[in-house]
Design a protein. Structure first.
Length: 217
């Protein structure tokens, strides 16, 4: 973790955790991020399936067929995910994704979005978009604290269950697999995100780390 000033860290931590454990009334809380440079990998030989007495196998060499970026927004209140594949990872694509979310969230709902500090999220054109959409509020996690962004758990499940051993012969194949995973996730009784860590313990641990660094310098 980079040395964000402790007061700023505490303020952002309590802000985000507060949204998770006590979301505002008549509002939707979204954890938003991008999983970039997902590679469409095609193994040079088929893997052998798991069977009794033998582990499943997969070749270590592969062909690359391009990449995609998944923009995703996890609804903290019900566990559903809004997702969209895009070719690039810039503020232009981020604005397109914000428009995609805007079209799907019912009118009358205030939207609180938890984000990391990636430059595209703070681009002047994104700030202008935010100004034109007053029902939105951005909440940024502390620097280098992506673990605080709830959607990272969804990305981990996607990687483990669909991408790690997948064989994709084109970017279109990869995107189709990701979209199927999204549909299956949303159709399989998703659960609300449940934050359990005590923020006071996190703050105490960070404070001890700062004290150690200060003693070294």
């Amino acid at each position: 973790m980079s040395r964000t000033p402790l007061t700023e860290f505490v303020t952002k931590l309590r802000d985000v955790v507060g949204l998770y454990v006590d979301p505002p009334a008549h509002a939707i809380v979204l954890s938003v991020d991008e999983k970039s440079q997902i590679q469409a990998l095609d193994r040079t030989q088929p893997g052998l399936p798991l069977k009794k007495g033998r582990a499943g196998t997969m070749t270590h060499d592969y062909k690359r067929h391009g990449t995609t970026t998944l923009f995703a927004a996890l609804n903290v209140l019900d566990g559903t995910v809004i997702g969209r594949n895009m070719q690039r990872h810039r503020h232009q694509e981020f604005i397109r994704f914000l428009n995609h979310i805007e079209a799907q969230v019912p009118a009358g709902k205030v939207i609180h979005a938890v984000l990391d500090n990636y430059a595209a999220h703070k681009h002047p054109k994104v700030r202008a978009w935010l100004h034109r959409h007053p029902r939105w509020t951005f909440h940024f996690v502390p620097t280098s604290c992506s673990w605080l962004n709830a959607v990272e758990g969804f990305f981990a499940r996607l990687a483990k269950r669909r991408l790690k051993r997948g064989v994709f012969r084109s970017v279109a194949d990869l995107q189709a697999a990701i979209n199927r995973f999204l549909d299956e996730h949303n159709a399989s009784d998703p659960k609300p995100f449940n934050w359990t860590a005590d923020p006071d313990k996190i703050i105490a641990a960070v404070r001890r780390g700062h004290q150690v660094l200060d003693s070294i310098h």
